[in-house]
Design a binder for this molecule. Sequence first.
Ligand SMILES: C[S@@+](CC[C@H](N)C(=O)[O-])C[C@H]1O[C@@H](n2cnc3c(N)ncnc32)[C@H](O)[C@@H]1O
Length: 265
Amino acid sequence: MIVSAPESKNIQRPFALASLVETLSSSLGPNDAGFLQRVYEDGLEKYRNRLHQIGFHRLDTVLDAGCGFGQWAFALASDVEKVIGVDVSNNRINVCNQLAKYLGIENTHFLVATLENLPLPTESVDGIFCYSTIYLTDYRKTLKEFYRILRKGGRIYICTNGPGRYVYEIIQNPRSTPDFNMRLYALKTFRNTLLGRWHHLSAQNGARIMSPSATKRRMEQIGFHILGIGPEGSVEVTRMPKKAEPFHSATYLGLTNVFEILAKK
Ligand SMILES: C[S@@+](CC[C@H](N)C(=O)[O-])C[C@H]1O[C@@H](n2cnc3c(N)ncnc32)[C@H](O)[C@@H]1O
């Protein structure tokens, strides 16, 4: 179903945000500092556009699963009643709490936890948004946990990586810093996938490569109904005045790069 994007309140304070991000980055290591600055460098509008495009507005409670430094959670906060951000990293949740405090955002709540074992009641959220995190978890357990906490009729969005992303990282070695070698991370991700490893995945140990067909199949087995699947940025349920630009290319060297799935319980 396609509906029109609504006008909605805008809670952004771009100047406060930019200087706050700079201050917070100074207490982080080079990799985290670069990541924090990158995700906030153009403000939150591009995230809000994308969230509207996939119908993540006018919802009650939404989980940002693996919220990182919180840019999606804060973009969500302007258009839904309540956002719960969960991440395994204390540092990242600390930054989210400081950003929420200084920006005066009161409808976000951040928790340190793993996606495979969420400290949230059964059928307690209306939406689950999971951008670029599920590949660091045992996705079979995480999807079951998502199904448990989502209310009937609720929607779930997952964005994750196929092999093209890691081939790109091996060849290009983008954004490596003294404390994080992207090429090594991508090689470890291939190793984990080939050896069938599901445990201790992390930025240090490497992730798992996922495939659109296997992820879709697993979601359907668990009970989700797929609404849309395709390259990152392609799924659209709300007609936008101007369709949001994808953040990643659909393929790299002919291999699936970053892909997304929108589904319903
Ligand atoms: C690539 S970042 C993406 C963060 C954010 N979603 C974004 O789009 O910027 C991946 C995040 O997943 C978190 N993470 C890794 N493993 C996790 C787990 N098992 N449970 C919860 N969060 C996890 C990391 O701490 C990190 O913040």
